[in-house]
Design a protein around this ligand. Structure first.
Ligand code: PNS
Length: 165
């Protein structure tokens, strides 16, 4: 049987409930889900790749068909080498669309068999972003509605360390 493999790529700096919602829904739709914590060359991350992977691993621990990975290089090449059928991404608002559309087209040019599937963000996650979590957490605000409960304390502690930096 041809098992459908998909990948949910992102910076995940750090993981939010919005990311977890998309990954959970993808895990119900496909046989195997790779979650890839990657470098976005236009962003300056607050959490290291290892920290982001560890937080994500904890967040998806109960999803049996999900594995967390990271790699250097092009997403499209990773998908080609690992026979991944599609990229799954969440779309929050119109403002996400242009950037996501551009990446979807570029990835398809690089690997024409690769599809990009967009899942509409849950209404509770429409406004949510990792940058908002970082900003609120750094200044001691309550982020418990924004990040998975199992990693909440670690994210809070880590953001307090970097308060104002
Ligand atoms: O959460 P983000 O920052 O929007 O995720 C962007 C990410 C990491 C998915 C994108 O930058 C990416 O795919 N990086 C890997 C390198 C690559 O393939 N770049 C070309 C994308 S068209």
């Amino acid at each position: 049987m041809n098992k459908k493999k998909v990948i949910c790529p992102g910076s995940f700096d750090p993981v939010t409930l919005g990311h977890l919602d998309i990954i959970t829904r993808a895990s119900k739709m496909f046989d195997c889900v790779y979650v890839a914590a990657l470098v976005n060359s236009s962003k300056n991350p607050s959490f290291s790749i290892e920290e982001r992977m560890e937080l994500m691993r904890e967040a998806v621990r109960e999803l049996d068909n999900v594995q967390v990975v990271s790699f250097e290089g092009l997403l499209a090449e990773y998908c080609r080498k690992n026979n991944i059928d599609a990229i799954v991404k969440g779309l929050r608002a119109v403002s996400d669309f242009e950037y996501e559309f551009q990446m979807a087209i570029a990835n398809k040019k690089l690997y024409p068999q690769l599809e990009t599937i967009f899942l509409t963000a849950d209404s509770d996650s429409m406004y949510l972003s990792s940058s908002m979590v970082r900003e609120i957490g750094r200044y001691g605000g309550d982020i418990s509605n924004f990040v998975p409960a199992c990693v909440h304390d670690r994210i809070v502690a880590r953001l307090r360390e970097t308060n104002g930096k």
